[in-house]
Design a protein around this ligand. Structure first.
Ligand code: HGY
Ligand code: MN
Ligand code: MN
Length: 402
């Protein structure tokens, strides 16, 4: 059997998949050709390592090294991206997991507990709006009955998108019964490690966060003949809400972003009838998040009253605060004297932790902190340091001496 490709080779294999020639960013939306190609790539990588891969009815994947008799350690992440995303968010954790298996084998160790590599689908929620959809369905945090009603921006139902990608949801989902511990390696989405001068870190917590759809309804009218005082312009109500959200988050040290907008009828010479805007809000505690969103909603409602428009707010995806197992984080941080830091980014690790699986995250330095952007980057040396760190962590957790 030929030697498996090393990390750099795997990275070169991944580089062109779903990449935009114009922006250099990635469009790896779930159940599209690019993401399907990545699913095949992962299966090939597992086969090259003699690991039998299981693909469930949604496209979640897992491959185990070792038999199924005792709870094992699962590591992995996601391969899907946000729209025009970076190369590292997700795939770094999957490629590093494969490379860490190679490192352990090169060290001559055989795990005393099974070691699995997993890939969860639609972590970004970039197509169906629900973050970590794959891991939520696998853990039961979201049910299929609820999820199958989700539709993408073209109105395609989730079940149809999955079937169109050649998968069969009726085949069921991965079981996590064999998972005793989950570890996700991820590029840091922030500047904590670079400011500390550290290549690797561990996660202490994930801030609670969510997505709310704001529907601002007004009165369609002529852009020229309608006097300003006679308008009921939902674009105005939205604009004031976006400014209020930004101010509220800045004053409270939290995060609020309106990054997605849909306008009807979206004409140049007409006052719109409907403006739909999606709020991504994050805060340091569940109460702070609830207060932040309530304050934004309250200010939006007040403005709607003044504009003669109406407002409806719908929570589309909410993730509660996650405190990773502190004992596990301390035990693993001691392996490399790595810092233990919080993150404001959601992860499948947060979903598995919330499902009661002892979970840890390994972060790799991001020199600019930029993420969800074509400019996302991690230095090759730091990526390789992350692979070695993950191998150390997995050796520790599977009882295989490093
Ligand atoms: O949006 C997030 O926090 C993550 O990157 N999916
Ligand atoms: Mn991610
Ligand atoms: Mn992301």
């Amino acid at each position: 059997m030929p030697a498996p490709p090393d990390f750099e080779h795997m990275w070169r294999q991944l580089a062109p998949v779903g990449r935009s020639a114009s922006s250099g960013g990635y469009f790896r939306q779930p159940w599209t050709s690019a993401e399907t190609e990545l699913r095949s790539w992962f299966a090939e990588q597992c086969a090259t390592r003699g690991l039998a891969v299981e693909t469930d009815g949604l496209g979640n994947q897992v491959a185990w090294w070792g038999d199924a008799d005792v709870p094992g350690v699962l590591t992995g992440s996601h391969l899907d991206s946000v729209l025009d995303g970076g190369a590292y968010d997700g795939p770094l954790g999957v490629a590093s997991a494969l490379a860490a298996v190679d490192v352990l084998r090169d060290r001559g160790v055989t795990p005393a507990r099974p070691l699995g590599i997993g890939v969860f689908v639609e972590e970004e929620g970039s197509r169906f709006g629900r973050a970590c959809l794959g891991s939520r369905l696998v853990t039961g945090a979201t049910t299929w009955d609820e999820a199958k009603e989700l539709r993408d921006r073209d109105g395609v139902f989730l079940a149809d998108a999955v079937a169109d990608a050649g998968l069969d949801p009726s085949r069921g989902l991965l079981s996590l019964d064999r998972v005793g511990t989950f570890v996700e390696l991820h590029v840091e989405q922030g500047r904590d490690l670079v400011d500390r001068g550290a290549a690797v870190g561990l996660a202490s917590e994930i801030w609670p966060h969510g997505r709310w759809r704001f529907d601002f309804r007004g009165q369609a009218n002529h852009a020229g003949t309608t006097r300003m005082e006679d308008r009921h312009d939902p674009m105005l109500t939205y604009a004031m809400t976006a400014l209020a959200a930004n101010k509220q988050a800045r004053l409270s040290g939290e995060r609020a972003t309106f990054g997605r907008l849909a306008v009807e009828p979206n004409g140049t010479n007409a006052v719109p009838s409907l403006v739909t805007a999606w709020l991504d809000a994050r805060a340091s505690s569940d109460d702070a998040l609830a207060e932040l969103v309530a304050s934004i909603e309250r200010q939006a409602g007040d403005r709607a009253g003044r504009d003669g428009t109406s407002l409806a707010v719908t929570a589309e995806s909410v993730s509660g605060s996650v405190a990773f197992d502190p004992g596990l984080a301390a035990r693993l941080a001691a392996l490399g004297d790595w810092p233990v830091i919080p993150t404001q980014a959601g992860h499948d690790a947060g979903i598995l932790s919330a499902a009661g699986i002892p979970t840890a995250m390994v972060f790799v330095r991001n020199p600019t902190g930029v993420s969800h952007s074509p400019d996302e980057h991690a230095e090759a040396g730091d990526c390789l340091a992350g692979v070695e760190a993950l191998a150390d962590v997995l050796a520790e957790l599977t009882g295989a001496p490093a």
